[in-house]
Design a protein around this ligand. Structure first.
Ligand code: HEM
Length: 306
């Protein structure tokens, strides 16, 4: 089974495109998505070393409109998660294109080819251009991505297996566009920031469990299954921003073989564990979007589904 290339080394840039599809355009979009791998090759071959990758995700409503096939088991519209102080909002999205490369020109060119081909059929409802910020840091100043699984473990964490045989080789992805209140964050001391994340700022060392705050981000975002095994997702967050608009953000993207794992992390972050102990980074970071997609295998995407 040929899978889409979700697991990759970190790239210097990324674009996140969220589209909605006009009523009546389902057939055109269904036909178009079989071309995305070819378009990606067309652009990437011009600069092979820059590792252009495009992952395509399909939202639940569009799936039902576009295919006469059962829904993949974990596919549903993203449900808002409402805690006492913070809410993970749900916003529209029929298609997600996650484009990555070492230079933005490749992402931009491919994004343009995709949206141009679809221009009579879609609306771009969210578009974020992300960039790497020094040594893999987010705009809060912390190294982001350290505890991601690697290599085979990463592939196993994101790939649907035989428990949903018709869609084996696929995956799920949840995205959220967060805005940071950097003035308030930077008013904290480095020790207070480290307490919020659960890691040291300069060298990224994890704070030992005995000293870790209950509302630290990494305390709430780590989840175990009933047997005590850690349940993992693959993240590829990217900073973005516009200085003049006082906009500083993190685009969160998390892939998993079962979206319930990511949803459980979100529940712990927003509602708290125990309820009330919500994630300290949410006092400085607000999600403005939230959506969930099925990521079909490359083989499924390339085939015609009449
Ligand atoms: C860890 C930043 C949102 C899941 C981390 C780390 C940082 C970070 C700095 C520590 C280094 C690392 O292991 O990557 C952020 C920022 C976010 C954000 C700035 C948005 C404002 C989320 C969301 C989820 C999530 C929404 C899940 C739904 C995780 C996980 C870890 C992690 C699973 C690793 C925990 C561990 O096992 O140590 N994040 N994150 N993050 N984050 Fe986030």
């Amino acid at each position: 089974m040929v899978v889409q290339q979700i697991v990759a080394r970190p790239t210097r840039t990324a674009m996140f495109l969220v589209l909605t599809v006009a009523p009546g355009s389902e057939g055109a979009v269904r036909e178009f998505i079989t071309n995305v791998s070819g378009l990606t090759r067309t652009v990437s071959f011009r600069v092979p070393d820059d590792q252009l990758i495009c992952v395509t995700g399909i939202g639940a409503h569009l799936w039902d409109r576009m295919f006469d096939l059962p829904r993949p088991r974990g596919l549903h519209p993203f449900q808002p998660i409402v805690g006492a102080n913070h809410t993970a909002v749900s916003t529209p999205g029929d298609l997600l294109f996650h484009l990555r490369a070492d230079s933005l020109d490749l992402c931009f060119e491919l994004a343009h080819l995709i949206t141009d081909a679809l221009k009579d059929h879609v609306t771009v409802v969210d578009e974020v251009h992300g960039f790497k910020f020094f040594d893999e840091r987010d705009l809060l100043g912390f190294v982001d991505g350290t505890e991601n699984p690697e290599a085979d473990d990463a592939v196993a964490a994101v790939t649907i297996g035989n428990d949903d045989e018709a869609y084996a080789g696929g995956s799920y992805v949840i995205v959220q566009r967060y805005l940071h209140d950097l003035d308030a964050w930077n008013a904290l001391s480095t020790e207070e920031q480290e307490r919020a994340i659960g890691r040291r700022k300069v060298n990224d060392l994890e704070i030992p469990d005995a000293d870790k705050a209950a509302d630290a981000h990494i305390a709430l975002a780590s989840v175990d299954d009933a047997d005590g095994n850690q349940q993992q997702i693959v993240r590829d967050n990217m900073p973005f921003g516009r200085i003049g608009a006082d906009e500083f953000g993190t685009y969160f993207i998390g892939y998993a073989k079962d979206p319930a794992i990511t949803e459980r992390m979100l529940h712990r972050m927003f509602v708290g564990e125990p309820p009330g102990t919500s994630d300290r980074i949410l006092d400085f970071s607000t999600p403005r979007t939230g959506s969930l997609y099925f990521v079909p295998s490359a083989a499924f995407l390339d085939e015609d589904h009449p």
